[in-house]
Design a protein around this ligand. Sequence first.
Ligand code: SIN
Length: 254
Amino acid sequence: DLSGDLSNEIFTEIYQAHLDYMVLVFRDQHLDREQHKVFGRRFGRLHVHPTNHVGTRDDEILVVKTSAKSTYTAGDTWHTDVTCDEYPPLGSMLYITETPECGGGDTLYADMYLAYELLSDKMKQMLEGMTAVHDGGIPYVGLYNTVPPEGGYARNEHPEIVTHPETGKKVLYVNSGFTSHIKGLKPFESRALLDMLYQHIAQTPSLTCRVEWQPNTLTFWDNRCTQHHAIWDYHPYSRYGERVSIVADKRPSA
Ligand code: SIN
């Protein structure tokens, strides 16, 4: 029950579990918005999503809503949340309260430690030391058609292989949602290398687990070592949830 004050003992257990398992699923949760945020804040400062600059009721809550009228559903591609930021979220907590009447609307998660491990030593060596650019304009303008704030959405560089700040394990850190190109390569080389890595993620089912939502499920993922992909297989039915993300206090680094 995540709605009340969690004892330090339970919090420590959850904290360790999120490092060990990366994706935690809590069923039958009954949370109001404040309780959701209080749980998030146990892990750090809450993130204000870049598209929330248009002004929602609550800047720390990202509404994830798809209905018959939707022209897209958020997160319908392999991605890590908000890697365009200098300090991308360390984790996100999505609380789904309405699932599609027809079923479906699952979310896939992929293990980016394993994605790194499964590369050949030669490929690992090549990627080490490379840097990629992550651009918020790709999803927020290109897919979601939002109007950017003055100065545009965030755009930042991160190493292609990063080290998880707490587990010390290496992670493949490019994603099709945000990564625009690899620095220092010709455009055609960058495109080919990124496409090869995205195919590796999309075509290796052993990297993945699949969360089948029920109403009142909260899923908490470690955003530093996973990617996820929402599955929109339920049009014209609806799905509703709210997400909080927690800002990391360290930049992704090698
Ligand atoms: C997201 O990318 O956070 C949304 C995932 C989902 O709706 O399943």
